[in-house]
Design a protein around this ligand. Structure first.
Ligand code: PLP
Length: 669
């Protein structure tokens, strides 16, 4: 029997479906099973990638609102974190079993990726069962990690590997040596030779046989943005000649058995797996040579760099990666195993410091749109013609400037066949109009007419091209320049600083209305007063997507009533963004809420960490709140006395001031 395929769309009389939204925003590509569009047209988070464990994000945001917690809000999913860590564990366990690798695996979490206590505590407690560990890269991080490993339970205290990278002074190393006496499994990694001397000195003084690591400067180059993390010109590590010197030094002090770990770090977000393979290959050879020289090596730490597919394209470019976790694990294990087998050296325990890959998926920011601005496609010809008449009216003595006449002519005579020509004419006339205005030869109403005509022509050109199904190359930038501005209640600098600093892409998608066709395109602007505070590059399979498809934001009835809530989710923010975020415009930390799933698949709030108040950010920049309140009160008092303000007005102002200090730094309607 023949079946007839009726396209779903037609069957539904052209109704837009949630599936179409999923495709449009690439949800299944970058969401990797953690995010999906559900039947209600909302985004759903699936911490275990299974449909029955689904959290409706729109429902969560509404639930939070009912509890007085407003957007912007960062949602953390510890269940995603757990699933992700297990995924990494499993990838290595599986490939090690398959390849008969004898050395074992551990992943240490470099806390610099996100040092928030709640994240690190969760990480430490998950690490105990997974045989994972922690990494510190500075003195404050060491102090945090020592505290974290104390609270991680019995197994954590003595077993959990703690790797110390970064530059270390004498006090740092003394702390590490003494912590060894507590039973911590702590390994300082020598970044420069003098650190080794300090380790030996303090170890002898306290009678400790420490575990020592050495970071090697490899000749293999890093790649991408963090290329300089590796290679012989890198900031960190010992040259191979220094490594040999280190071996001799340790031998002289009868401590060569303490040299347990060899380390490298090739860079972050390694998008091309080949770079890592080369480095691991080189490091493995160094490892085997050192074992033959008598070093007590048992661990090979290949650093961080496991990337995340931010744009879902699975390709070798900045915001993506060309490998999966399983492929990463298989390649690493294979390289190390072959080098060691050839050299007849026992397989080392493999460590990775895969910070980004561990936490990126677990945090999602939800922001609300507070308003939009757009170019009017209707030039209002009646108004323009009356303004023209006024310009030439008796007494005014002027005439309509030629560029305005040209624009009007172009607008009226647009056809399907002169699209490119019309665009050139309009651009030229617009530019001439602007220079006439700057020279003082054009009135404000005529300039307004020129602008409106130009936008209207642009809209018509896009409409006509859309109908033809192709956009002429000359008009390529037009959709972007005519797209809407969506103003969103958040700070780009606080919540996604890498987007500003290094053009990192993060997936962005409305969390509701996904069974409605988006009819607008726009860029996103934050509420800082910085013109850089905008997002005009979006994830897509194409390289350069400059605008995002968005839904019409509906005005609420009544004057100044604002808009109907429209929420966007920004995904994959778990790594680096929280700690790199800054206080531009004094917009502080957002609220962070931990959402968990129970056995029945219901979500609940596990933890609410309130965002900064205005008072807190002001104190951070050394304001004295009590002083400020006193000064305001005295000003109000004086104004009352002089009759410039009434007592109730003064009281109201002071109340706004006090409430403002205690309030959120973001807009709260
Ligand atoms: C930053 C850093 C890491 C973490 O890198 P990711 O790209 O987040 O995996 C690991 N090790 C060292 C030494 C680092 O400096």
């Amino acid at each position: 029997m023949a079946t007839i395929n009726i396209p779903k769309n037609e069957f539904l009389h052209g109704r837009w479906t949630a599936d179409e939204s999923a495709k449009l925003y690439g949800v299944n590509d970058w969401g990797k099973g953690y995010v999906a569009v559900n039947q209600y047209g909302n985004l759903a988070v699936r911490p275990t990638k299974r449909a029955e464990h689904s959290v409706d994000l729109f429902e969560v945001v509404q639930g939070l609102r009912q509890r007085g917690i407003h957007t912007p809000v960062l949602l953390r999913f510890n269940d995603i974190l757990e699933y992700r860590l297990k995924e990494i564990r499993k990838a290595f366990d599986d490939t090690m079993a398959e390849q008969q690798y004898g050395g074992g695996y551990s992943c240490v979490y470099p806390i610099k990726v996100n040092q928030q206590r709640h994240v690190c505590e969760q990480m430490a407690s998950l690490a105990v069962n997974l045989n994972f560990g922690l990494e510190a890269g500075s003195k404050p991080e060491l102090i945090a990690v020592l505290g974290l490993s104390a609270t991680a339970g019995g197994a954590g205290v003595n077993g959990m590997p703690i790797i110390c990278n970064g530059f270390k002074d004498s006090e740092f190393i003394e702390t590490v040596i003494l912590a060894t006496k507590l039973g911590r499994n702590i390994i300082p990694v020598v970044e420069k030779f003098t650190e080794l001397e300090l380790i030996v000195k303090h170890a002898k003084a306290y009678g400790v046989r420490p575990k020592i690591g050495i970071r090697v400067k490899l000749s293999s180059k890093g790649a991408g943005r963090w290329e300089s993390s590796a290679g012989v010109r890198s900031k960190f590590g010992l040259f191979v000649s220094e490594v040999i010197k280190a071996v001799e030094y340790l031998k002289k002090h009868d401590m060569l058995d303490c040299l347990n770990l060899l380390h490298c770090h090739v860079g972050s977000q390694l998008y091309d797996i080949r770079v890592l393979k080369n480095a691991v290959n080189e490091l493995s050879h160094v490892y085997c040579e050192l074992v033959k020289m008598g070093a007590g090596l048992t661990m090979l730490d290949i650093g961080g760099g496991m990337g995340v597919d931010y744009d879902g394209s699975q390709s070798a470019w900045h915001s993506s990666i060309n490998y999966t976790v399983a492929e990463y694990a298989a390649d690493v294990v294979y390289r190390i195993k072959s080098v060691c087998d050839d050299a007849k050296v026992k397989h080392p325990m493999i460590l990775t410091e895969s910070g980004r890959a561990m936490v990126a998926y677990s945090s999602i920011l939800v922001i609300d749109v507070v308003g939009t601005s757009r170019f009017d496609p209707n030039p209002d010809i009646v108004r323009i013609e009356s303004d023209m008449a006024a310009e030439t009216a008796a007494g005014a003595g002027g005439e309509v400037p030629q560029p305005v006449l040209d624009l009007l002519d172009t607008y009226k005579n647009l056809t399907d066949r002169n699209i490119v020509e019309a665009y050139h004419d309009a651009t030229q006339a617009r530019d001439e109009a602007m220079s006439l205005f700057s020279l003082g030869y054009m009135s404000l109403p005529m300039r307004a007419a020129a602008e409106r005509l130009f936008w209207a022509i642009g809209h018509k050109l896009l409409e006509k091209s859309a109908k033809k199904g192709e956009l002429p190359a000359e008009l390529e930038t037009l959709p972007e320049s005519l797209s809407d501005n969506y103003f969103c209640n958040f700070s780009f600098f606080q919540s996604m600083p890498d987007s500003w600093a290094i053009d990192q892409l993060f997936p962005i998608c409305p969390i509701h209305r996904l069974n409605e066709q988006p009819t607008r395109t726009g860029i996103l602007c934050d509420i800082t007063c910085d013109s850089d505070g905008k997002i005009d590059n979006f994830v897509d399979k194409r390289i350069d997507k400059r605008t995002l498809e968005l839904h019409e934001v509906r005005e609420l009835p009544g004057d100044c009533a604002g808009v109907e809530p429209y929420y966007l989710g920004v995904f994959l923010l778990g790594a680096y963004q929280e700690i790199l975020g800054d206080l531009h415009n004094l917009l502080g930390d957002t609220h962070a809420v931990h959402i968990a799933l129970d056995a029945a698949g219901q979500w609940h709030i596990e933890e609410v960490i309130e965002g900064d108040t205005v008072e807190e950010v002001l104190q951070y920049v050394q304001y004295d709140i009590a002083d400020m309140k006193r000064a305001m009160r005295m000003d109000v008092e004086a104004a009352c006395k002089q009759g410039r303000i009434t007592l109730p007005e003064g009281k109201a102002l002071l109340k706004f001031y006090d409430d403002g200090l205690e309030g959120y730094t973001y807009l709260e309607e």
